[in-house]
Write a protein that binds this ligand. Structure first.
Ligand code: ATP
Ligand code: MG
Length: 422
């Protein structure tokens, strides 16, 4: 019987795993300079955590969650996104007591029951951030700058920021009413989801995957005409800073994002490269002024974003940005009998303490077979241990890059290789 991975999931091994970790490491490095610390939360949460945050009418809650009853009959969900868990953890551990502003990043697998296709999986990796405790538009700008810096540090070309404001609560009430009266006599031609949205969340009609290209949608009232003074001023400040920082952005007034919790600034980074990845969404985020309060916590505003790591990997592979990720062996130890293998293991572990990558033959291969192994691994040095070498305490070290070989005393092997490796 042979097993296959579940539809919509991926295996990452060797170079592919190296690529993913490389992105993760770079992201952590950059975010550290912005003052972020890590948060690690469980992959499973009570289902209510996600219903409360994403909104009962969001696609995620309606169609995409992996929900099950555990043996104690509790409804449990595999997290479909990071924000809800981080908010839950932020509140449960009262992080707001320690400092007025909390900056967290997270990285891990998310689960959504979606139709699998290129760049869309049922288990995928997200790297994201959340900041709590600051409402200033300067923070919105700085958060967006951190995402842009990160993508630039990875070398990705052709990234474009799409940004919009969906206003504060007052602006939304105003805008929702306008949309409802605008769409009331037009909704018959729309998809079933949009018919539901008209009463529950008409903003989502604007980015419906089925209907958003319709002319009537494009002519719908714009949020910018319904904004409160505070929301308008907030958005102007954010975009002024982005212009000053020369971050290429486009205001897209139909961008509303898929989760119900957003307020004011919402954004997405997409790829604008005119190739087969054109338009690919790699990062999405926004501000959520009321989410913490809706969770039963204090009135603390938050803002965050998340990247899809598989999509970033796809883009970076496409743009040839992964170089020098092959496995490298510094030293291979050839040993010709049992006693030599024991000594070989001792050498290997002395060298590894110096952070050298050392491999050896564990079988009883002949000298010729062991040399064959080195062809694949391509080590910089080969040490040969046989009976004669052991007796004289002098070992042959082959420098494969310079094609030279020397005899070196046991106690000098580590320093010899270290000095020649530079
Ligand atoms: P999309 O419009 O592509 O469905 P989304 O709005 O659902 O994206 P978010 O919830 O904002 O996405 O997640 C942030 C990022 O996570 C996306 O920009 C994308 O890179 C990645 N992502 C989302 N869903 C998936 C998925 N099913 N498979 C792989 N990556 C995903
Ligand atoms: Mg989605």
């Amino acid at each position: 019987m042979s097993y296959q991975k579940i539809k919509g999931t991926l295996d990452f091994y060797q170079q592919e795993a190296t690529k993913m970790r490389l992105i993760e490491t770079k992201a952590k490095e950059i975010l550290k300079t912005f003052g972020f610390e890590e948060s690690i939360t469980p992959i499973i949460e009570m289902t209510d955590v996600f219903i409360r945050s994403s909104g009962e009418n969001s696609d995620i809650v309606n169609k995409e969650m992996y929900t099950f009853l555990d043996r104690g009959n509790r409804s449990i969900t595999l997290r479909p996104e990071g924000t809800a868990s981080i908010v839950r953890s932020f509140l449960e551990n009262k992080l707001y007591i320690n400092s007025p502003v909390t900056k967290l990043y997270y990285c891990g697998p998310m689960f959504r029951y979606e139709r699998p296709q290129k760049g869309r999986y049922r288990q995928f990796m997200q790297f994201g951030i959340e900041v709590f405790g600051e409402e200033s538009p300067f923070l919105d700008a700085d958060v967006i700058i951190s995402a842009y810096t990160l993508l630039s540090a990875l070398g990705i070309k052709g990234i474009k920021l799409k940004i919009n404001t969906i206003g504060d609560f007052a602006s939304r009430v105003n805008y929702t009413a306008k949309l409802q009266s605008y769409f009331a006599d037009k909704i018959d031609d729309f998809c079933e989801d949009c018919k539901q949205r008209l009463t529950k969340n008409p903003l989502r009609i604007l980015d419906c995957k089925v209907d958003s290209e319709k002319d009537v949608v494009k002519r719908a009232p714009k949020i910018k005409d319904s904004l409160s003074d505070a929301s308008l001023a907030h958005f102007i400040e954010v975009t002024t800073i982005l212009s000053m920082m020369k971050i290429p952005y486009e205001v897209e007034d139909t961008l509303v994002r898929g989760l119900d919790y957003y307020t004011d600034t919402v954004f997405e980074f997409i790829l604008d490269t005119n190739d087969d990845l054109q338009g690919l969404a790699i990062c999405g985020g926004g501000r959520y002024a009321d989410l913490v309060k809706n969770f039963g916590g204090p009135d603390i505003s938050g803002i965050g974003y998340a990247f899809g790591l598989e999509r970033i990997m796809m883009v970076m592979t496409n743009q040839n940005l992964f170089t020098d990720i092959d496995k490298k062996t510094d030293v291979f130890i050839i040993s010709l009998d049992k006693e030599s293998k024991r000594l070989g293991l001792e050498f290997a572990n002395q060298l590894r303490e110096e952070e050298l990558v050392v491999e050896m033959d564990y079988k009883n291969y002949t000298l010729k077979q062991q040399f064959k192994l080195t062809e694949k691994l391509n080590p910089k040095f080969i040490i040969i241990i046989g009976e004669e070498e052991r007796e004289n305490n002098i070992f042959t070290i082959k420098d494969t890059q310079n094609n030279t070989q020397e005899k070196v005393k046991k106690e000098n092997i580590v320093s010899y290789i270290k000095s020649k490796k530079q």
